[in-house]
Design a protein around this ligand. Structure first.
Ligand SMILES: Cc1ncc(COP(=O)(O)O)c(C=O)c1O
Length: 369
């Protein structure tokens, strides 16, 4: 704190967090939902983002978003077998945490397919179809929506979100809005709307529906995944259920306090009038520019890892050539690393799979023999 190398606003933030810690150290346990001072900063961030109030008592911090998602799914279980199992609607393709947790908890996955032909959008007719098929096998209790999507990258329109909320209301479903990629909006014309904002603006009866929205320290330009910071904003929860929720998280003591501190830095960045603002903006721009440009190899994940329609064969390819090579390729006026892409493309053709891939894309063609 006495070191003159650090700007005063950075030191003030650190001091505020340390003062909130027992014994003035991040090495002590915090309250189970997280330090109140940090939850207040998160609530202020959400209120500013959405233009609607947020309450620190609705913020439950977690060990990454994963742990928060698991904690909410636990609350939705029926404890029954067979057709009495809790049905949780999940997108296909989806981030595989959901299918894994559903399997671990003996719940029933109600898979709904995203519409690849319309940029992986979410069709309510598909939701209706999926839920009516599943009724014989489970008791539908919740819907998971990943927005922006992983692995598909789609950003839902406000209209699309309203349609999902209406559907969830009609079906009496709890909404789990996985919004961990809320800072990763790159496509022109796309805008992030939180489920909470849309629900609030739709008015009653939608504004009092139960909702959990998840956020993480792992994504965006921060990408501090190893700190395991995350939180859920959980609104309109039945008080008796909330009581059980609080009891269950208290058994885990608390999420890592260092991860909580990282989350605070994300939701409470330097402001234009503060001394570290310029440096922060410079570093942020640098990281974002690197993310756009600099990478280190090709990362391929088979579509089976995310789920896919029967008879379709996908893989997600992220192309990561070194920055210099990328520049050379661009200078040659070639499509980014066409040669590398082609080798993967042909490899898959040889495996009797027709795949059209693109940088950071998740696409396929149906097999035509
Ligand atoms: C859609 C989605 N949700 C949740 C998570 C989990 O994030 P965390 O590292 O905060 O547990 C990920 C991680 O990749 C993800 O892609």
């Amino acid at each position: 704190m006495k070191n003159g190398d650090f700007p005063e606003d950075a030191k003030n933030r650190a001091k505020k967090i340390l003062d909130a810690c027992k014994g003035g150290s991040v090495g002590s346990y915090s309250e189970s939902p997280g330090l109140l001072a940090i939850r207040e900063d998160i609530a202020a961030y959400i209120a500013k983002r959405d233009g609607h109030p947020s309450n620190a008592s609705d913020i439950i911090m977690s060990t990454g978003a994963s742990d928060g998602i698991k904690a909410i799914i636990t609350l939705l279980l029926t404890g029954k077998d067979g057709s009495g199992k809790a049905g949780i609607m999940i997108p296909v393709p989806q981030y595989p945490l959901y299918s894994a947790v559903i399997a671990e908890f003996n719940a029933y996955p109600i898979r709904y397919y995203l519409n690849e032909e319309n940029q992986w959008s979410l069709d309510v007719s598909e939701l209706k179809h999926a839920i009516s098929e599943a009724r014989a096998h489970c008791v539908p209790r919740a819907i998971v929506v990943i927005n922006p999507g992983n692995p598909t990258g789609q950003v839902l329109t406000r209209q699309n979100i309203e349609d999902v909320i209406r559907f969830a209301k009609e079906e009496g479903l709890f909404i789990l809005a996985d919004e961990v990629y809320q800072h990763n909006i790159y496509a022109k014309g796309s805008k992030f709307f939180s489920f909470k904002q849309v629900m609030k603006e739709m008015g009653e009866p939608y504004s009092s529906m139960e909702l959990a929205s998840f956020m993480s320290a792992s994504k965006g330009f921060m990408g501090e995944c190893g700190y395991r910071g995350g939180y859920a904003e959980v609104i309109n929860l039945d008080p008796q259920v909330k009581l059980q929720y609080m009891k269950s998280i208290s058994a885990k003591l608390c999420p890592p306090v260092s991860g909580q501190a990282v989350m605070d830095v994300i939701v409470n960045p330097p402001q234009p009038h503060e001394p570290s603002y310029k440096l922060f903006e410079k570093e942020k721009e640098f990281v974002l520019a690197q993310l756009r440009e600099k990478e280190t190899g090709i990362c391929t994940v088979p579509g089976s890892g995310f789920g896919e329609k029967e008879g379709t064969y996908h893989f997600r390819i992220t192309i990561l050539p070194p920055q210099e090579e990328l520049r050379e390729e661009q200078a040659d006026d070639l499509n980014t690393s066409t040669s590398s892409l082609q080798s993967v493309h042909w490899h898959h053709r040889a495996a009797n799979t027709a795949v059209v891939s693109d940088v950071h894309k998740y696409v396929s063609e149906e097999l035509t023999e």
